[in-house]
Write a protein that binds this ligand. Structure first.
Ligand SMILES: NC(=O)c1ccc[n+]([C@@H]2O[C@H](COP(=O)([O-])OP(=O)(O)OC[C@H]3O[C@@H](n4cnc5c(N)ncnc54)[C@H](OP(=O)(O)O)[C@@H]3O)[C@@H](O)[C@H]2O)c1
Length: 384
């Protein structure tokens, strides 16, 4: 038996047409009544993370963006350059819901004891389609937020916190003792900085602007290298020598940064080399994981760092599968316990679904710049 039969609400959808046009709109969808092991959540907070932005706007050229429809039901259109259409092939013609994670209140529950126990609780969930007023999910997917936690405080419980923890865990499992992080003043970077300071782990932060270097230093960061300065390569080599970091997580992906990190790691290792010179370079393995695509250009590097290195992709979902449910659950519990400290997220604006589709809002969060993260409240009252 279910407590409430169904809920109808708005859901944001992103559609790439074969004609090369992106269309984002709000649809009214009926949420199914929950099965015995399911609950319906009224979503009250869901962040716009870079990965959501990528699904939302696909390969569209934002310079061509226009908004029609009404203020309450806007329709965003933008053109997709022909050369970028092949990367959209897998989603052509599919009206896709968006939003990896979010939080809200359980308003209906299936008949199982686990589902019933969640009724009225504030929960966070990593389940996709969070840019919706209501979502029906398995009760087991819900993380019950500690008493006194608001949906806004719990909205970013999974993607960034688990990635920060996952980076540190990857570092340990792969036998490294300190790590490097790029775009390090990001929401995730600030969490990683707090986590490493708390756990006594060496962290080299790379940013691209002096203001971000100052921000991280004000948060206690010990090693911050600014890629916009002429001394960047020397500064990075020095920080790597001091920390012994031989693994890096690069959010930019494109450009020269990943290769520069390997170059500087090799330079730092050669400083402390005790073995006889080898033209094959250091025997210590140096690893860069590309885990974001903030720079969409090609990855460029000069192979001047010997032969003991690797460059690869890193994705939270694959990492969680690899470590298994027990280890993943321990990470989730740590996030819940430190949600208002180590893993706190900050947002510049809270907007409704319709407000998130206004040109000024898109221009603001579309910059993906430090401290400009938006939070959507799909149930925000008009004018609130
Ligand atoms: N692989 C995974 O599983 C996974 C999981 C979670 C997050 N991520 C990735 O983690 C990254 C950070 O996410 P977030 O939510 O913390 O981001 P965020 O708070 O929105 O911050 C984005 C940051 O990136 C910087 N940035 C933007 N474009 C850049 C570029 N072209 N080159 C260098 N820096 C640039 C910005 O600095 P400025 O002030 O200089 O613009 C800002 O500090 C994203 O790339 C995201 O996709 C990946």
């Amino acid at each position: 038996m279910t407590t409430t039969p169904s809920h109808t609400g708005l859901q944001l959808r992103s559609l790439v047409k074969a004609s090369g046009e992106l269309e984002i709109s709000l649809l009214s969808v009926e949420t199914p009544a929950p099965a015995p092991d399911e609950v319906v959540i009224r979503i009250e907070a869901t962040p716009i993370n870079p990965s959501d932005f990528a699904l939302l706007f696909g390969a569209a050229d934002l310079a061509t963006l226009s908004v029609s429809g009404t203020p309450a039901s806007p329709v965003v259109s933008a053109g997709i350059p022909e050369g970028r259409m092949p990367s959209m092939a897998g989603r052509l013609g599919q009206s896709m819901p968006v939003g990896n994670e979010g939080a809200g209140v359980v308003v209906a529950a299936g008949s199982s004891a686990a589902a019933q126990a969640l009724l009225g609780k504030t929960v966070a969930v990593l389940g996709g389609a969070m840019y919706s007023q209501y979502r029906c999910v398995k009760a087991a997917q819900c993380l019950v937020l500690p008493e006194g936690t608001t949906p806004a405080e719990g909205a970013s419980c999974f993607v960034n916190p688990l990635t920060a923890l996952g980076m540190v865990e990857t570092m340990r499992r792969e036998g490294h003792k300190a790590l490097v992080h790029t775009a390090a003043a990001s929401n995730l970077g600030q969490m990683l900085n707090k986590l490493c300071l708390k756990d006594g782990i060496g962290l080299v932060n790379i940013v691209r602007k002096p203001a971000q270097a100052a921000l991280l230093k004000s948060m206690g960061a010990q090693h911050v290298c600014d890629s916009s300065t002429p001394t960047f390569m020397q500064d990075l080599t020095e920080a790597l020598a001091q920390t012994g970091a031989t693994i890096a997580f690069d959010a930019t992906g494109g450009g020269k940064l990943a290769g520069q990190i390997l170059t500087c790691m090799e330079a730092a290792l050669s400083r402390s080399a005790t073995a006889a010179y080898s033209r094959y370079g250091s025997t210590t393995h140096k690893q860069v994981y590309i885990y974001g695509g903030l720079d969409t250009g090609p990855t460029e590097f000069a192979r001047n760092f010997g032969f003991s290195w690797g460059m690869g992709g890193w994705l939270l979902f694959l990492f969680l599968e690899r470590i298994g449910e027990e280890a993943a659950q321990a990470m989730r519990q740590r996030v819940a316990a430190e949600l208002k400290t180590t893993f706190a997220s900050h947002y510049t604006q809270e907007v409704s679904l319709a407000e998130a589709l206004q040109p000024e809002a898109i221009a603001a969060y579309g910059q993906r710049t430090t401290g400009a993260k938006y939070l959507i409240n799909p149930n925000k009252a008009a004018g609130a």
